[in-house]
Design a protein around this ligand. Structure first.
Ligand code: SAH
Length: 328
């Protein structure tokens, strides 16, 4: 056997994110990875999404609850020298197969140099594709929370919902509701309403970039009445997010620095292009140090822990350095 034939014996596991489910949003690498594969393993719906790319290959369809079996099967095939594509919707690393696969591999004693190569092929996750369908809701800090309590205790999920609602993140809720799990979204709404305006914009994207795509705009207080299912992603805006002409937009923050009037951009007094805001870290540190207010007063005013305020009051002001302009 020559060297190249030997190399051909080496198996490979490819974790392939298929994007939302339309061919236009399947990456070139995802396509070639599937073409390279001898075996394609995945949930029935995802296999169906790439049906025309997998003719003549071994196809193993698994149900949702068999994730570990899928990973074990992939490892078995790779040990036989096969190239295996494990396909996931969106990105395989976002609530997908990548994590369980590594867990199975590590348990089996696999290491990166053990002869079985692992490649992760990124795909556009639902948070990105659903955001693109409704406008620009993620232009400021955001996070994703899955409402699935199949593998996560509810108090963990509830604590995260409470924390991000308080911290004013834009939030994408994955796995918001299923036939059996109907109360989780109601509880999420309840936790959010403790911190957020009832009028906070909410967008629900069902089957984004698939034939049955449906987009619905609503508000936090009416979220419970919306049509939400297994194939929906719920996007909840932050306190600045608005909906205009059917588009959900979260401001980037330019309004904190510039007055934009009739196409002209004027920098507010005290602000400089390319520099932190006057309420940025150094400006804010100077403000609170000069304020003469107590730690307790400042903690209440800025909704920050007293220990943190106390530490900042003790900190020497950093010199103003050069800063890069905001990313485009
Ligand atoms: N790995 C996937 C997420 C799997 S969890 C990804 O990165 O997107 C399954 C959840 O993803 C669904 O309950 C739904 O909340 C979301 N989702 C996946 N595809 C979607 C689509 N086309 N439209 C809307 N939501 C989608």
């Amino acid at each position: 056997m020559n060297a190249s034939a030997n190399t051909a014996q080496h198996g490979k596991i490819m974790l392939v994110g298929l994007g939302p489910g339309s061919h236009d949003h399947l990456t070139v690498r995802a396509r070639t990875a599937i073409a390279e594969a001898d075996t394609v393993i995945g949930y029935v719906t995802y296999i169906r999404l790439v049906a025309d790319l997998i003719e003549g290959k071994e196809v193993i369809k698994k149900s949702m609850t068999e994730e570990l079996d899928r990973a074990i099967e992939a490892l078995e095939r790779a040990r036989q020298g096969k190239k295996v594509a494990l396909v996931s919707s969106g990105d395989a690393g976002v609530y997908g197969m990548a994590g369980p696969t590594f867990e199975v591999l590590f348990q089996a004693g696999w290491t990166p140099d053990s002869g079985i190569e692992v490649e992760i092929v990124p795909g556009a996750s639902a948070i990105n594709t659903c955001a693109a369908l409704v406008g620009a809701p993620l232009t400021h800090d955001f996070c994703a929370i899955s409402l699935s309590d199949l593998l996560t205790p509810w108090p963990t999920i509830a604590r995260r919902l409470d924390a991000v609602a308080y911290a004013d993140f834009v939030v994408a809720l994955y796995n918001p509701k299923s036939g059996r799990r109907t109360q989780q979204i109601v509880e999420a709404q309840r936790l959010f309403l403790r911190h957020r305006d009832p009028q906070t914009p909410v967008a629900i994207v069902k089957s984004g970039f698939r034939p049955k795509q449906r987009i619905e705009f609503t508000t936090l207080d009416k979220m419970g009445e919306a049509d939400i299912g297994m194939l929906s992603t719920v996007l909840i805006g932050n306190s600045n997010t608005f909906i205009k002409h059917g588009l959900m937009v979260t401001p980037r923050g330019y309004a904190n620095k510039y007055a934009i009037e009739e196409g002209e951009r004027n920098t507010y007094a005290g602000e400089q292009a390319g520099r932190s805001l006057s309420t940025g870290l150094s400006g804010w540190m100077a403000t609170i140090q000069e304020s003469g207010k107590s730690v307790a007063e400042l903690a209440a005013e800025y909704r920050l822990p007293e220990e943190y305020i106390a530490a900042v009051l003790q900190t020497e002001l950093p010199p103003e350095g050069e800063e890069n302009a905001l990313e485009g």
